[in-house]
Design a protein around this ligand. Structure first.
Ligand SMILES: Nc1ncnc2c1ncn2[C@@H]1O[C@H](COP(=O)(O)OP(=O)(O)O)[C@@H](O)[C@H]1O
Ligand SMILES: [Mg+2]
Length: 553
């Protein structure tokens, strides 16, 4: 099937075919200049440019009979032959442009009468000629495609200036057209791209399968996030959508692939996530500081005690040294006295207890420092950013380490009840998932805190964490016995900036960020709530999640 039949023929067909009739005076100037001009202006959106030359009337006519040119450029310096060429080719379908060597309105008029579509004066860098060449090619292409000239210029202009990349492929998946934005993202010029399979640029299976279904005629799906591999081996993240194009016979004849560069968007998204995350760490800082301070307190006390024990042991060692010296001498009385003094000191300082207590102090300090190490590790884990790729993660571990971070803040009013099921590893961005858990845990804690305040008596709430393998994926539920959510708030809580909290306590971004993170993982997030009783958030993450959409925050 030709690309004409997919309705984009005027853009997807073979590249411009140009014939240049000029005197053969050694190195040719016109042909390369025109080719260069056409390419630099962006004509490759029609496919690779072919420029041929003819140095005489007969050669010109001969070529014109054999090929179907879009444009014939005739140099006035060919003299009478130039006139003959224009006269003979005027009805051939190609657009005729005459290059005038000396300015003359009368001569230009004569050229128009003979059938020239355009007469341009040879300027220093042939800019006018290049410009005319481009316009004439567009005109001819438009006329051949049966549309008004304006249609093509408009469509072409739109595609050329569109920020998004547009690539057309034919029924076999080969590129027939790429706009400049596509050339830039794919890192290749149209000339290189033409005829190459688009599949070769798609770095991931999701992209390939989207292209394959469009080629099979399946209607466009929402944009997916994937990556292209450029020729230099680098990757560019893109949001890609592919739509089938049908031929006049109603059969799928190719695909329009539209995509945009997500590099900046992803950087921005990562930045927003990171800021949000750091803000939640800020909220937790007091609790974490307390949690670190506790073990730090007894490590400090133990160290003080251990210093005293070491001083005692030194006293005993001093006496032991005296004894050793006397044993080496010849005075048995001195040995007896030294031994008695050692024994006395050992009893007085209770060496047995001292050693036992020292061991205990060391063990406790080790445990304390281990706890601190864990807290710091969890915090460090949490503040890390994801790498660009999904990894297989243990969601129980993600949930647990996040709960550990929030725990110091909530433990005075919350009982944590954990019901972790056996979960398969889930392909995800673990840092983002931890961020979701963090948002939900902080919300749960705040709801309990508020409920406790409302009841105005010292109370305690429960946060229940449940994970279960479910329906080709994993279900994570975070439920609390907090205030619950008013029914008229329920459908607004996922809106950005919706918050019922005091200034400083809430940004209203936690749930909307979380919702988008889960959605990008191809999962779902639901809420159930009863006012005055509590709330449960249920997250389902699929094992083979497709990333959907690319909305931010
Ligand atoms: N577990 C919950 N219990 C009660 N209300 C909740 C809970 N989670 C969220 N909400 C409600 O949803 C609103 C939006 O939550 P969120 O997007 O996290 O923003 P923020 O916590 O900053 O207010 C909260 O202000 C609160 O009214
Ligand atoms: Mg919140």
């Amino acid at each position: 099937m030709t690309s004409d039949s997919i309705g984009w023929g005027k853009l997807g067909a073979a590249g411009p075919h140009i014939l240049v009739a000029e005197l053969d005076l050694g190195p040719r100037v016109l042909a390369p200049s025109i080719a260069l001009g056409v390419i630099s202006i962006g004509m490759p959106s029609y496919g690779p440019v072919t420029v041929e030359t003819a140095a005489s009337l007969s050669e010109c006519i001969d070529r014109a009979h054999r090929a179907n040119y879009d444009l014939v450029v005739v140099d006035e310096s060919l003299g009478a032959e130039a006139e003959e060429i224009v006269a003979r080719l005027r009805c051939g379908g190609a657009s005729l442009v005459v290059l005038q060597r000396t300015p003359s309105d009368a001569a230009a008029l004569a050229w128009f009468r003979r059938g020239a579509a355009e007469v341009v004066l040879a300027d220093r860098d042939l800019a006018a000629l290049r410009h005319a060449a481009r316009e004439q090619i567009e005109r001819v292409r438009a006329a051949r495609a049966g549309g008004a000239p304006g249609d093509v210029s408009a469509a072409d202009g739109i595609l050329r200036h569109l920020g998004s990349a547009v690539v057309l492929v034919d029924a076999s998946g080969e590129i027939t057209f790429a706009n400049p934005a596509a050339e830039q993202i794919l890192g290749s010029s149209m000339i290189d791209l033409h005829g190459k399979p688009l599949r070769g640029f798609l770095a991931e299976e999701v992209g390939e399968s989207q292209l394959a279904s469009a080629l099979a005629g399946v209607a466009a799906t929402p944009a997916i996030e994937t990556r292209v591999r450029r020729r230099d081996g680098s990757f560019v993240p893109i949001a890609l959508s592919c739509g089938p194009v049908f031929g006049t016979d109603g059969r799928p004849g190719g695909v329009v692939a539209a995509f945009r560069d997500l590099s900046d968007a992803q950087q921005w998204r990562a930045h927003v996530l990171q800021t949000e995350k750091m803000a939640s760490i800020g909220q937790l800082a007091a609790g974490v500081a307390h949690e670190i301070n506790n073990p730090m307190g007894f490590i400090h006390a133990n160290l003080f005690q251990m210093t005293e024990y070491v001083a005692d042991l030194r006293q005993i060692w001093n006496r032991a040294e005296v004894l050793l010296k006397t044993i080496g001498g010849s005075d048995p009385e001195a040995v007896r006295i030294a031994a008695a003094e050692l024994s006395e000191a050992a009893t007085e300082l209770d060496v047995g207890f001292l050693l036992q207590d020292l061991a205990k102090a060391i063990r406790e300090s080790q445990e304390g420092s281990e706890r601190i190490r864990h807290i710091v590790q969890d915090l460090r884990d949490f503040s890390h950013q994801d790498t660009g790729e999904r990894v297989l993660a243990d969601l129980n571990q993600c949930l647990d380490s996040t709960a550990n971070i929030v725990w110091p803040m909530m433990k005075h009013i919350v009982v944590l009840s954990k019901h972790y099921g056996e979960l398969p590893p889930v392909p995800c961005y673990p840092m983002q998932i931890k961020q979701v858990f963090m948002n939900l845990l902080v919300n749960a804690y705040q709801a309990i805190e508020e409920a406790v305040a409302i009841r105005a008596y010292p109370g305690i709430g429960t946060v229940t964490l449940t994970t279960t393998p479910n329906d080709g994926g994993v279900l994570v539920e975070i439920a609390d016995t907090g205030t619950g959510i008013a029914p008229d708030h329920l459908d607004r809580i996922f809106d950005p900036f919706f918050t019922t909290k005091k200034v400083g306590a809430g940004t209203g971004l936690g749930l909307s960020t979380s919702f988008n993170i889960i959605r990008r993982h191809g999962g779902t997030m639901r809420v159930e709530s009863a006012l005055g009783r509590g709330t449960a958030f249920k997250i389902h993450l699929p094992l083979l999640g497709e990333e959907i959409g690319s909305d931010l925050v």
